[in-house]
Design a protein around this ligand. Structure first.
Ligand SMILES: Cc1ncc(COP(=O)(O)O)c(C=O)c1O
Length: 319
């Protein structure tokens, strides 16, 4: 995920040039991972750029803030406008967006006393996340020796910066093993999720995924795929996923904002199914891409269209 640098970054109320979007080294969140964040994508559609499921992402940001008792000093409406402004001022359409709420400089004890809550929004162009051809050829995954933390250790349904050290360890191990991605088991030995994705399997035409009882982040893409699969007439079971079930599956795939719908080709060298992507995965991919690009009117509510006539597309510099 290297940067295609954009021109501007939104920092607590104003756009600043990318090269000047700096934070003091005493910022609390830099030391203790106390930030919360969201990752979204904006896609080009026939009616202009549209952010996918902006409402759901802002809702989850507020949930994460609530768990960590962080007071976001903006309203959802203000952040919605700020996201649109960040995309448009950079003249972007297809892009990836990060909103980060973090504690700035004030003190460095564990409790962020006197640390202001800062909010920043980055947008930049990002292609595929798990390897350039994984969407077509599928990802090779490994079962991590790192276990996904349980919700009694940290809230798995919140998206907080420090929580991702668990994912980092798992992904580093996966890359060391020559794989594209890791799958983490939960404390009970069932499958939890990837380092940044949820998992679905397909067996005998039925889809199955797990939920927060298996220590996962409740993905917004997961939710979209459950709805799309239902609309296509597929049954979707939600329950614990065992490693055995994964290895015996006909198809398996990841879902996530960055990974979109990425088929899984093999698990620790064992191939899954007869073809990659399997037929149901391929169909879901097709309908997911139709939804995000505004081609399927059933899912128009998921899109927040940007007004092309707005500020930045004409490159007025708002620094
Ligand atoms: C740990 C983890 N699980 C699942 C997901 C998928 O969530 P979403 O579909 O909302 O991007 C992500 C990505 O944000 C993640 O980081």
């Amino acid at each position: 995920m290297s940067f295609n640098q954009a021109n501007y970054v939104w920092m607590s109320g104003k756009l600043v040039p990318w090269s000047e979007a700096n934070v003091h080294v005493s910022a609390h969140s830099l030391h203790l991972g106390s930030g919360i964040f969201e990752a979204l994508r904006c896609y080009e559609t026939e009616s202009g750029p549209a952010i996918f499921r902006l409402d759901a992402h802002l809702e989850r940001l507020w949930q994460s803030a609530s768990v960590y008792e962080m007071a976001i000093p903006f309203t959802k409406g203000q952040l919605e406008d700020a996201i649109c402004e960040t995309i448009s001022s950079n003249g972007l359409s297809d892009c990836y967006i990060r909103i980060l709420c973090y504690y700035g400089s004030g003190s460095l004890g564990v409790f962020p006393r006197q640390c202001p809550v800062e909010v920043t929004i980055l947008a930049w162009t990002l292609g595929t996340y798990i390897g350039s051809d994984a969407l077509k050829r599928g990802a090779a995954v490994t079962i991590s020796s790192w276990v996904k933390f349980h919700s009694q250790m940290m809230p798995t349904t919140a998206k907080a910066s420090g929580q991702y050290l668990n994912s980092l360890l798992a992904l580093r191990e996966a890359l060391d093993r020559g794989c594209d991605e890791a799958l983490l088991l939960d404390l009970h030995g069932n499958i939890a999720e990837g380092s940044g994705e949820n998992l679905f399997i397909v067996r005998d035409g039925i889809l199955k995924t797990n939920d927060d009882r298996s220590s996962i982040l409740m993905g917004i893409t997961r939710d979209a795929v459950i709805r799309i699969a239902g609309d296509l007439g597929y049954e979707v079971e939600v329950g614990e996923l065992s490693l055995e079930e994964l290895l015996a599956s006909d198809e398996a795939f990841f879902t996530g904002t960055a990974a979109e719908v990425t088929p899984i080709r093999e698990v620790d060298g064992k191939s899954l199914g007869r073809s990659v992507p399997g037929p149901i995965t391929a169909q879901l991919q097709e309908f997911y891409f139709a939804a995000i690009s505004g081609k399927d009117s059933r899912y128009k509510d998921w899109l927040r269209f940007l007004d092309r006539s707005q500020a930045g597309y004409s490159h007025s510099h708002r620094v």
